[in-house]
Design a protein around this ligand. Structure first.
Ligand SMILES: [Mn+2]
Length: 442
């Protein structure tokens, strides 16, 4: 039997990017397209590799829309196997995924308090808990919801390699950033796993989390299967733009083929990317050394951007007295764009920094590795950061042994947490070094 499945990741349903209602619809439309294309392709099942929703408590509207789209696959008897991502996981016992599972719309896999046994799910007892995995014919689908690095690698023990043993007809689904594939993404310095930490033996590795399409063929990684990130279904930040315009001396327009959006159809473990239609998104850089030069150049962009697109313009240069973006808004108001905005990087005079350096490079010089680590974790995990603070500190101390970090507790960080977080009981410290201790913390 030829086995065929769809691998979808990071729909982020419910997100209203730029606080624009039309972006809610764009994100939903992208998800609908992916599910419909998967059905047209007559897949046997669908993998949903995390971040179905943008937040762990989605709005009633986002839940309703998700139920409707997932219901289309259910009507065709196509099972959907899912894991929670960092955006939609919760530390509570039930999540929105449980509701969807209860409605028969998805099958969740990972560590559970109760076993699942049925046509598409099996369980293996692990201590007091169960490792639930998906089954379709002779295919087995293993996976875990998103975990932080300090949860996956504890005291040198690799939880994934302890939990999972691959077989040729099995799939491993994870929502994590792998260092080797994180180049050019926000996870470059904040990866969760090294390539060497991925358990070998699976026929396919279905990843989510990195929002750009990435492929690592088995021949290149030395692993038994391809590692694939389909990327998010919609453009979630400026670096995922569809087009780049740079207007310095002359104007250049480039379609960013590497930022193509879509998902994978995988036939007998051979992945094939399927593009979906998304709204054009222009990342524009305009350089000039007077207000009038900048204004003229902004006006000229009109001939290069499509109607109903998103346009983000960064203004750069040295202008006496600086510029205010308010003076530029009116220039674009008749272009019939869906949304536009400006970043102002114009300085009023030459300042003592190297103008050839990017903001990222400058931050790189200012911040220590330790500070960068803390910031990146705070950005990607604000909510759970405090819950796992103890483990995080241990992991961090280990990583930066040479730096002198005070281990004193009860610092300002804890006071800054909101009341709800404070009243929530802190997790009991785990007995380190055993898989049961790790599972017991879930
Ligand atoms: Mn995501």
């Amino acid at each position: 039997m030829i086995m065929k499945f769809a691998h979808i990741a990071d729909p982020h349903l419910g997100r209203e990017q730029f606080q624009q209602p039309f972006r809610y619809r764009d994100y939903l439309e992208a998800f609908k397209q992916a599910i419909e294309r998967a059905i047209e392709e007559k897949v046997d099942f669908i993998l949903l590799a995390g971040d179905l929703f943008h937040v762990s408590k989605p709005s009633p509207r986002a839940i309703r829309d998700a139920v409707e789209v997932l219901g289309v696959a259910k009507k065709k008897d196509i099972p959907i196997f899912a894991i929670e991502g960092n955006h939609d996981k919760t530390i509570r016992e039930t999540s929105i995924y449980d509701l969807l599972e209860h409605l028969g719309l998805i099958y969740t896999i990972g560590i559970k308090k109760t076993p699942r046994e049925g046509e598409f799910q099996r369980s293996i007892k692990k201590g007091n808990l169960y490792l639930v995995y998906g089954v379709f014919g002779d295919i087995e689908i293993y996976g875990l919801r998103h975990n932080n690095r300090w949860q996956l690698i504890k005291n040198g023990q690799n939880i994934l390699k302890t939990l999972f043993k691959g077989r040729p007809n099995s799939i491993l689904m994870l929502h994590q950033a792998i260092d080797y594939l994180a180049e050019g993404t926000p996870y470059k310095d904040a990866f969760d796993l090294k390539l060497s930490e991925i358990p070998d033996g699976f026929g396919y590795y279905a990843l989510g989390h990195i929002h750009m399409k990435k492929e690592l063929k088995k021949g290149e990684s030395g692993l038994s299967g391809d590692i694939i990130y389909p990327g998010s279904l919609e453009r979630t930040e400026i670096r995922e733009a569809s087009h780049r315009i740079v207007y310095d001396r002359k104007l250049t327009l480039k379609k960013l083929e590497e930022n193509i959006k879509g998902f994978y159809i995988v036939e007998d473990f051979e992945p094939q990317f399927v593009e979906i239609n998304t709204r054009p998104f222009y990342n524009v850089l305009i350089k000039g050394n007077s207000k009038s030069e900048l204004k003229n150049k902004v006006s000229e962009i009109k001939n290069y951007v499509e109607r109903d697109s998103i346009v983000i313009i960064t203004l750069e240069g040295v202008v006496r007295g600086g510029v205010h973006v308010n003076e530029f808004y009116d220039l674009l108001k008749d272009w019939e764009l869906a949304y536009y905005n400006f970043n102002n990087r114009v300085s009023s005079e030459a300042i003592g920094v190297d103008p050839t350096k990017t903001v990222d490079e400058l931050l790189d010089e200012i911040l220590s590795d330790f500070e960068k680590e803390v910031f990146s974790q705070l950005v990607s995990e604000p909510k759970y950061f405090s819950e796992e603070l103890d483990n995080f500190v241990v992991w961090l101390m280990d990583k930066y042994k040479h730096s002198k970090i005070s281990e004193k507790k009860g610092s300002g960080e804890e006071k800054a947490e909101d009341e709800k977080e404070k009243s929530r009981p802190k997790p009991k410290p785990p007995k380190v070094g055993t898989i049961d201790a790790w599972l017991g913390m879930r």
